[in-house]
Design a protein around this ligand. Structure first.
Ligand code: DIR
Ligand code: MN
Ligand code: MN
Ligand code: MN
Length: 314
């Protein structure tokens, strides 16, 4: 596969500042390891909306959603063009809201094909503006992708403008839903709210716990994931580094205990990358301002490097 790197140094979807520095921290990790990894690949940097961080919030239950829509348009176009030009997009992003745009771009590139998603994350990212506990858009990319409102579990009343903007986000590229809930697999999910749990149960979404990964091993887990997603024609892997255990993930906005070890994540992701249906890989939520030394970015770089090596052999 021919790899192209798409850098999205956006952090408007996160509640903690600093994730926009994650991409550069990963590059610093490469330099510290004396690796020339980044020399080998064409790279596109997407313009961000981070200037909005200095402005007052308009929608408290969908913070900076206008900027998120603009970012989604740019990222989805870049991902779509990359696929159409027969490149394999590796997206390095700041906060995880970007993944909704990546999914939109993949769907736009192949509108008729069934898309599967492997979501490696402590969180479900299935909130909507109606249910969000924080208003942060990085808790919503999967809900946007499956075009979910979750009105049954509504917690907040929204103003008309927020409703309109959320509608625009869900319908970005004029395809909704972009992925079906049954075509999503969660890995290492362990920190979610009851409104998200309701959706997971309602749709019978597939969840593989940290313990299952540990017990069964990377190969068996990968096999069961691809068996589960057998009718999907192409599959995207989204790697939120907070899927890793809190003991090694100080350098991310929301570390959670009982997560994956570095080696477990690396082995599992490289197994995923061997599969012919894998069409895109994203690494997100590295926040070096919260770290001591540059550990989180170094781990992310190691996983990136091994994954890309596997992709290039396939
Ligand atoms: C929480 C935290 N569920 C929220 N989400 C995070 O604010 O929606 N996702 N950190 O990665
Ligand atoms: Mn996430
Ligand atoms: Mn997360
Ligand atoms: Mn959540």
């Amino acid at each position: 596969k021919n790899i192209k790197i798409i850098e999205v140094k956006s952090e408007i979807g996160a509640g903690t500042r600093g994730a926009s520095l994650g991409v550069d921290a990963i590059k610093i990790a490469a330099l510290d390891f004396m690796s020339n990894f980044f020399v080998h690949f064409p790279t596109e940097e997407i313009e961000t909306e981070n200037k909005l961080l200095f402005e007052p919030i308009e929608s408290p239950y969908a913070k900076r959603i206008k900027g998120t829509i603009n970012m989604y348009e740019r990222v989805s176009k870049s991902v779509c063009d990359t696929i159409k030009q027969n490149w394999f997009p590796v997206v390095l992003s700041g906060d995880h809201s970007t993944a909704g745009a990546t999914i939109a771009g993949l769907k736009l590139a192949r509108p008729k094909a069934k898309l599967g998603v492997i979501w490696i994350d402590a969180h479900a990212d299935l909130h909507t503006p109606y249910t969000t506990p924080s208003g942060n858009m990085h808790g919503m990319p999967l809900a946007a992708s499956i075009a979910e409102d979750n009105i049954e579990n509504k917690v907040h009343e929204l103003d008309d403008n927020t409703v309109k903007l959320w509608g625009q986000l869900k319908n970005l590229g004029k395809i909704a839903p972009k992925v079906l809930p049954e075509d999503i697999v969660f890995i290492s999910l362990r920190d979610y709210e009851k409104e998200e749990e309701h959706l997971i149960r309602k749709y019978g979404m597939k969840v593989i716990t940290t313990n299952e990964v540990r017990r069964k091993g990377a190969e068996a887990v990968a096999r069961s994931v691809f068996r589960y997603l057998h009718d999907c024609e192409y599959i995207y892997v989204s790697f939120d580094v907070d899927s890793l255990d809190a003991s090694i993930s100080r350098g991310t906005g929301t570390p959670v205990s009982n997560g994956l070890r570095e080696r477990e994540a690396e082995d599992l992701i490289s197994k995923f990358m061997q599969h012919r249906k894998i069409c895109c890989f994203e690494i997100t939520e590295v926040n070096p301002t919260l770290d001591r030394e540059n550990l989180m970015a170094e781990i992310a770089f190691n996983i990136l490097q091994r994954s890309v090596n596997v992709l290039m052999m396939n």
